[in-house]
Design a protein around this ligand. Structure first.
Ligand SMILES: C[S@@+](CC[C@H](N)C(=O)[O-])C[C@H]1O[C@@H](n2cnc3c(N)ncnc32)[C@H](O)[C@@H]1O
Length: 199
């Protein structure tokens, strides 16, 4: 049910969100990931949104990008914005183990739109997509929160996340070694950024 609200919300808010998206500067984190990846590595972006700026940045660096998003509108925008990447409509809550075979998984500002009780399971699935030594770069909620906002870019929106300590535990329990864990305050919001490597 919450997934439907989120999907419909982003279908409605996609263009407005994109026009304001630049406030979150992710380049310093992406640069760190890029340094670790082999040339032409395959990167999966979970909750890719409109593909801009993150997937465009990675494609321009020569990586192969696969992205998916629960919102049809976001996927339509992503296909137009980053034609060299591959995008599809998918719900991250329905991922199955070993479904992808990629070198890195990224997810910016998306996991916290899914029920937090399922985050541990999600990271275990993500782990199964990677080789030993593969990387993840994700943003999570900085503090614990679950609830509905009535006016997020003109629509209802829902979040569900734990705080930074518990998020770190979830990532470690899923079989990753943390390489970077910090609170990013870009755009006057606080998000936890985790870069980690599969053990
Ligand atoms: C805040 S936007 C961020 C988009 C993009 N990652 C970026 O950095 O601009 C969150 C995205 O997560 C997507 N999303 C939310 N729940 C999802 C789910 N269960 N499966 C896949 N995508 C989801 C939304 O549709 C939305 O496009």
């Amino acid at each position: 049910m919450s997934n439907d609200l989120v999907r419909q919300g982003y279908n409605k808010a996609a263009e407005n969100y994109s026009s304001k998206r630049d406030q979150f500067k992710n380049n310093k984190y992406l640069e760190q990931l890029v340094k670790l990846l082999k040339p032409s590595a395959i990167v999966l972006d979970i909750g890719c949104g409109s593909g801009v700026p993150v997937d465009k940045y990675l494609v321009n660096k020569g990586f192969n990008v696969i992205g998916f998003d629960i919102s049809e509108k976001q996927v339509e925008l992503a296909k137009a914005n980053v034609p060299k990447a591959t995008f599809e409509v998918r719900d991250m809550s329905k991922l199955k183990e070993d479904e992808y075979k990629v070198d890195a998984v990224i997810s910016f500002y998306a996991i916290f739109h899914t029920p937090r009780e399922k985050h541990q399971d999600l990271f275990k699935k993500i782990n199964s997509f990677l080789p030993q030594g593969g990387y993840i770069l994700v943003t999570m909620g900085a503090g614990e929160y679950e609830g509905l906002e009535e006016n997020f870019h003109g629509t209802k929106m829902w979040w569900s996340h734990y705080g930074a300590e518990k998020n770190k535990e979830i990532v470690e329990n899923a079989g990753f070694k943390i390489l970077l864990d910090e609170i990013d305050i870009g755009g006057n919001e606080r998000h936890q950024i985790i870069l980690a490597q599969k053990i």
